[in-house]
Design a binder for this molecule. Structure first.
Ligand SMILES: Nc1nc2c(c(=O)[nH]1)N[C@H]1C(S)=C(S)[C@@H](COP(=O)(O)OP(=O)(O)OC[C@H]3O[C@@H](n4cnc5c(=O)[nH]c(N)nc54)[C@H](O)[C@@H]3O)O[C@H]1N2
Ligand SMILES: Nc1nc2c(c(=O)[nH]1)N[C@H]1C(S)=C(S)[C@@H](COP(=O)(O)OP(=O)(O)OC[C@H]3O[C@@H](n4cnc5c(=O)[nH]c(N)nc54)[C@H](O)[C@@H]3O)O[C@H]1N2
Ligand code: SF4
Ligand SMILES: [Mo]
Length: 742
């Protein structure tokens, strides 16, 4: 009888049947937990196994302790080259957050009365296809889009990107990595010819001068910071950040730069290095282009002008230039203070330029190094099929399309010949009524996207909104028409790529609750229900997809054809890309550009530069303060869907939204710590508690991003090249609220 049923019906029956059965040893050991193949990587299945953490891009390894095939606890792995036995509070609590009561355990669909009601997978999937197909039929294939993430395994990202664009005919899809890493990716691509962060974490320990720009690793990447603390060279640690952050407090030199004056400061620094002859002319001549144009450009940046704009004195600037000149191994590190800016690409390149002109590239302890954010932002950059065609290829390049089509054995016409709209352009297209169907996977834009009120107002423009998440309570899930319940980290397997380009393994050590399924399986089922399952016949398990990714990577700078399988990655303690077929893994701490060869056709890097632009939303008499936003504590993760579920983590961060206010401003406005204040921008007004503290400068306030209302204030401006949102600076007014605390 069953042989006459359509394949998607038998597939879902099999998956749900196995899913609801008891978690057997075989299930723990099989990808997706559904007997779809053997999980090759459980070294001691009865006691302990190790896997990489699912929060930040550091990619620490955690030993998971098992009883009856279920995870019962964890400890950081001692032998892993990344974390050497350390983990931060989020890592320690990673299993706890899986147990929350608001896990999505069944598909939920909005009924005619607007209530979300439980439904079966087969009805949910049928609805998914019916609605999106109807929208596409009426308004064209590109009227449905997706928004995804840097927080699912690489194999799932690749599946989603291939399914939507090659299978379902979508043209537009982007990810939250646009909010996060787009600037660094664009800067590297333009300067080096490929999106290639060059460093290894060993460089934290080998530098004698480390310059951190717009980065607060003490709380955002605590284990990377531990690596800095292990540096035996008594290094100079320079922190360039408007705020006296936890990291700045531990630095040997803190430059409290005026917000968004980085480009000016680094051009002034470049001029100072050039004027003093503190550059490496041999390196510049052999390995770069356009230096002389750059030198001419920065020659107009006088110390006085630079100082007036940045608030950094000429003496300090000269001292920094001298420190860089005298350093033998100087490394430049940047994160969101650079990337999240309306001119972030050029700021990132101003740091790349400093490393190139001083010859601080390719040697231990050097580099122009962008630290990534999410556990798999690097996987998303290469394999999400959003800004790049799978494997770091280019949608606009016919040879690349041909290669990908041949590798996947699909018709080349299935591959779009255009780039997707960027995230902000997708939002614009929704506003303009062009995009009417949206599928959101593992991201929570109703909290995290810039100028939130505008985004929320677009809900009614969407005819159908699907949210695929591990919890049904996120701000975005609450406005969905359909919620697909997803298994989380620890309940499925695949690979993450960390900041230093290291592939690490994620394993299934716990059963997903109820009917929640691995994103991978949801994509497989959608392919079947949509009617394009045949195209993905080879994509049976994450391990199978890993083999496909290897083939896609062949001959690219990110070539991984030399990584045999999950086993090999697990045994080696993770493996960094590239690793070509036959290449020996001599050293498991590798950096790029040791030979000075970049990825442009002439093997040279480019000096890129442009004049600084005015701030899009500067302080005015009506809105006299600059609002800075960012990470608030080591125990809070983004929109807090996960970290707020741990009782331990909840004790480690302030429960209520707060703003840091400088004591002088507080005195003037009659504000004391713990008072409630109103903060307004042109876009909205919110209430926050005051934390009076000289960590911010006068005229600035800081509010962490982890609280739901922060992004009601932010201004939606974007970098012209990367289209990354400029979250970090906008104009606000503050006033004390009478009536005390609420
Ligand atoms: N605990 C925790 N860790 C995390 C995360 C988390 O949510 N919680 N998220 C992860 C992710 S996805 C990311 S992207 C990273 C982010 O990691 P970071 O970028 O280190 O963190 P942020 O606090 O967003 O921003 C860093 C600093 O930029 C500064 N800044 C603001 N404006 C400017 C400016 O104009 N110039 C300069 N030079 N600096 C400026 C801010 O004051 C802030 O201290 O953290 C990752 N790690
Ligand atoms: N004001 C301000 N706003 C910011 C920033 C800032 O500095 N300031 N930083 C920006 C940056 S850098 C980032 S990266 C973004 C982050 O913004 P988001 O991506 O919106 O934040 P998360 O809370 O990480 O959302 C991830 C979602 O995925 C779900 N999830 C977790 N694991 C899985 C899984 O395996 N499968 C599925 N299907 N779902 C899963 C979680 O429950 C959560 O709802 O925020 C940006 N927003
Ligand atoms: S530093 Fe990052 S990867 Fe390491 S344990 Fe903490 S959250 Fe996980
Ligand atoms: Mo991020």
């Amino acid at each position: 009888m069953s042989s006459t049923l359509p394949k998607h019906v038998t597939m879902i029956r099999d998956i749900i049947h196995q899913k609801t059965g008891p978690l057997t040893r075989e299930l723990v050991q099989s990808p997706g937990g559904f007997g779809l193949g053997k999980l090759p990587v459980v070294s001691q299945p009865d006691r302990t196994t190790s896997m990489v953490c699912g929060f930040c891009s550091t990619g620490c390894s955690l030993n998971i302790h098992l009883k009856d095939q279920q995870a019962i606890g964890l400890t950081p792995s001692k032998s892993y080259p990344v974390n050497l036995g350390m983990a931060c509070p989020k890592g320690w609590e990673a299993l706890e957050v899986l147990k929350a009561a608001d896990r999505a355990t069944t598909p939920l669909i909005r009924n005619a009365n607007g209530q979300m009601i439980a439904t079966s997978w087969s009805l949910a999937l049928q609805k998914f296809c019916d609605r999106f197909q109807a929208i596409q039929k009426e308004h064209g294939n590109d009227s449905v889009a997706f928004l995804s993430t840097g927080q699912i395994v690489t194999e799932e990202m690749a599946f989603l990107g291939a399914l939507t664009k090659f299978g379902m005919g979508m043209l537009h899809g982007d990810g939250n990595t646009r909010q996060c890493m787009a600037t660094a990716a664009t800067a590297y691509k333009q300067s080096f010819g490929f999106d290639a962060p060059p460093f290894s974490y060993q460089d934290f320990e080998e530098s004698d001068v480390l310059v951190f720009v717009g980065a607060n690793p003490c709380i955002a990447h605590p284990i990377m910071w531990e690596r800095v603390m292990r540096n035996p060279n008594s290094p100079e640690i320079v922190v360039i950040d408007p705020r006296t952050t936890e990291t700045a407090m531990q630095a040997t030199m803190h430059l409290p730069i005026a917000p968004k004056s980085d480009l000016t400061l680094f051009y002034g620094l470049a001029k100072t290095l050039i004027d003093n002859g503190w550059i490496n002319r041999d390196y510049i001549d052999q390995h770069t282009n356009h230096f002389d144009d750059f030198a001419e450009h920065v020659s107009t940046y006088t110390l006085e002008q630079v100082s007036a704009k940045s608030g950094i004195s000429p003496d300090t600037l000269l001292h920094l230039a001298k420190t860089i000149h005298e350093g033998k191994r100087v490394s430049f590190w940047w994160t969101m203070g650079v990337n999240q800016s309306y001119e972030g690409t050029r700021v990132a390149q101003s740091l790349i330029n400093l490393a190139l002109m001083t010859g601080n590239m390719g040697r231990p302890g050097t580099g122009a190094n962008s630290i990534t954010g999410q556990c798999n932002a690097m996987g998303s950059r290469l394999y999400s099929n959003t800004t790049n065609l799978l494997g770091g290829h280019d949608f606009l390049n016919p040879a690349h399309r041909e290669k990908v089509a041949n590798t996947l054995r699909i018709d080349v016409d299935r591959i779009p010949q255009e780039n997707s709209l960027a995230y902000n352009e997708i939002i614009d297209a929704i506003e303009a009524g062009k995009i009417k169907g949206l599928w959101i996977i593992a991201t929570n834009p109703a909290h995290s996207w810039i100028n939130q009120n505008r985004l929320k107002a677009l809900r009614e423009k969407l005819e159908f909104l699907v949210v695929q998440d591990m919890y049904h309570t996120t701000e975005t899930a609450q406005i969905a028409d359909l919620i697909l319940p997803a298994a989380a980290w620890g309940e499925k397997e695949g690979t993450f790529i960390n900041s230093e380009r290291r592939y690490g393994i994620v394993k299934k050590v716990s059963a997903a609750p109820g009917q929640a399924l691995a994103d991978f399986l949801i994509f497989r089922l959608i392919a079947e229900y949509w009617g394009c399952g045949e195209m993905f016949a080879e994509w049976k398990t994450p391990a199978d997809v890993f083999q496909i990714l290897k083939r896609l990577s062949a001959d690219q700078p990110c070539d991984i054809t030399g990584m045999a399988d999950y086993h090999a990655i697990d045994e080696q303690g993770g493996i960094q890309w590239p690793l070509k077929t036959g290449e020996d893994l001599k050293d498991n701490q590798r950096r790029l550009f040791e030979d000075g060869q970049y990825f442009h056709p002439d093997w040279k890097a480019k000096f890129l530069f442009q004049d600084s632009k005015p701030m899009p939303d500067p302080a005015t008499s009506e809105f006299p303060f600059i609002l800075l936003t960012g990470r608030g504590s080591a125990s809070q993760w983004h929109t807090q869907t996960r970290t707020s579920k741990s009782a331990v983590l909840r004790k480690l961060y302030p429960a209520k939204i707060f703003a840091e206010v400088h004591p002088e401003d507080a005195r003037r406005l009659g504000i004391s710590s713990d008072d409630w204040m109103e903060v307004s921008s042109k876009r909205g007004t919110i209430e926050v508690k005051a934390l009076v503290n000289a960590t911010v400068q006068p005229g600035q306030i800081f509010i962490p991003m982890h609280y739901e209302t922060t992004n009601q204030l932010t201004h939606d401006s974007f970098d012209e090249y990367s289209k990354q949102p400029s979250y970090k600076a906008c104009a606000v007014a503050i006033r004390k609220l009478r009536g005390g605390s609420r």
